[in-house]
Design a protein around this ligand. Structure first.
Ligand code: NDP
Length: 258
């Protein structure tokens, strides 16, 4: 059961995997004024059918918005649309969840896989934060409460322990996914620098590792089900204060070293 109290929430990559599970669990709690902007790159495609069904059942809570993290124009367009729907309200919670994995080692990683992972996992989230910042600032100002929380204004970056420079070397043999790890290490730095810049506006910013989860990206061997991972992440997100601003935690609330 989610304990997140944020009203207006935007999630990227919301059509399947952890993003879709997050939308589902956010529907379960009774936050009366909640609105979820569930974004995905192909709202009309076959991979978005489950999200379309969910939105049909909850039309007053879910709005599906096209957002391709790999396409700056679509990010801009999405922000314009969300801004017009928000009206005078701000955006309380932005979850940068969309991500891609590419395999490779020093000897085998291609230019293409490095460029693709950086585009989706680093540049996309950067542009998304830039475009949605005015709405996050609006929410922070409107809250009238001191400190930081996800019900006020927050950016949660769904990263991975694979982006932890101190942890990944011992896992590399088991997970030879260099382009993914290098891009997520970049994403982690983006989180730290965003937290530095957004501090003055009291917008909470941190990175969260969902655990190793059975999704298309995580694969069949993963020990965790999306339900358990997302329950944990929402519990962590709901409990965040300025103490965790600029930090890196996993879905159980344990701190992960950079
Ligand atoms: P999935 O592969 O199941 O889902 C990935 C999601 O990202 C899909 O909705 C996909 O949309 C979307 N996506 C990919 N590229 C883009 C893009 N250019 N624009 C918009 N959306 C895009 O992965 P998970 O749900 O497992 O992963 C979610 C996040 O969790 C990722 O950031 C991942 O790195 C992180 N993570 C996952 C772990 C795991 O074990 N599963 C472990 C650690 C971190 P589409 O259907 O269009 O492809």
């Amino acid at each position: 059961m989610a304990t997140v109290k944020a009203c207006n929430i935007l999630i990227t990559g919301a059509n399947r995997g952890l993003g879709l599970e997050t939308v589902k669990q956010l529907l379960e709690d009774s936050c009366p004024k909640r609105h979820i902007f569930a974004t995905c790159r192909n709202p009309d495609g076959p991979k978005s059918e489950a999200l379309r069904e969910l939105a049909k059942k909850h039309p007053s809570v879910i709005t599906i918005i096209r957002l391709d993290a790999d396409d700056p124009c679509s990010i801009k367009e999405s922000a314009k649309k969300v801004g017009s729907l928000l009206g005078n309200n701000g955006l309380n919670l932005l979850v940068n969840n969309a991500g891609i994995l590419a395999r490779g080692t020093i000897q085998t990683s291609s230019v293409e896989s490095m460029k693709n992972t950086f585009s989706t996992n680093v540049i996309g989230p950067l542009l998304i934060i830039q475009e949605y910042l005015p709405y996050l600032k609006k929410a922070a100002k409107a809250s009238g409460t001191p400190g930081m929380s996800c019900s006020k204004a927050a950016v949660i970056n769904i990263s991975t322990v694979g982006g932890s420079i101190s942890t990944m070397p011992s896992l590399f043999k088991k997970f030879p996914v260099l382009p993914y790890c290098v891009s997520k290490a970049g994403f982690n730095m983006l989180t730290v620098l965003a937290s530095e810049e957004l501090k003055a506006d009291e917008i909470l910013c941190m990175a969260l590792h969902p655990g190793w989860v059975k999704t298309e990206l995580g694969g069949e061997k993963a020990p965790l089900e999306p339900k358990e991972s997302v329950e944990g992440m929402l519990r962590v997100i709901g409990s965040l204060t300025e103490q965790q601003h600029g930090g890196f935690m996993d879905y159980t609330g344990k701190t992960i070293p950079w």
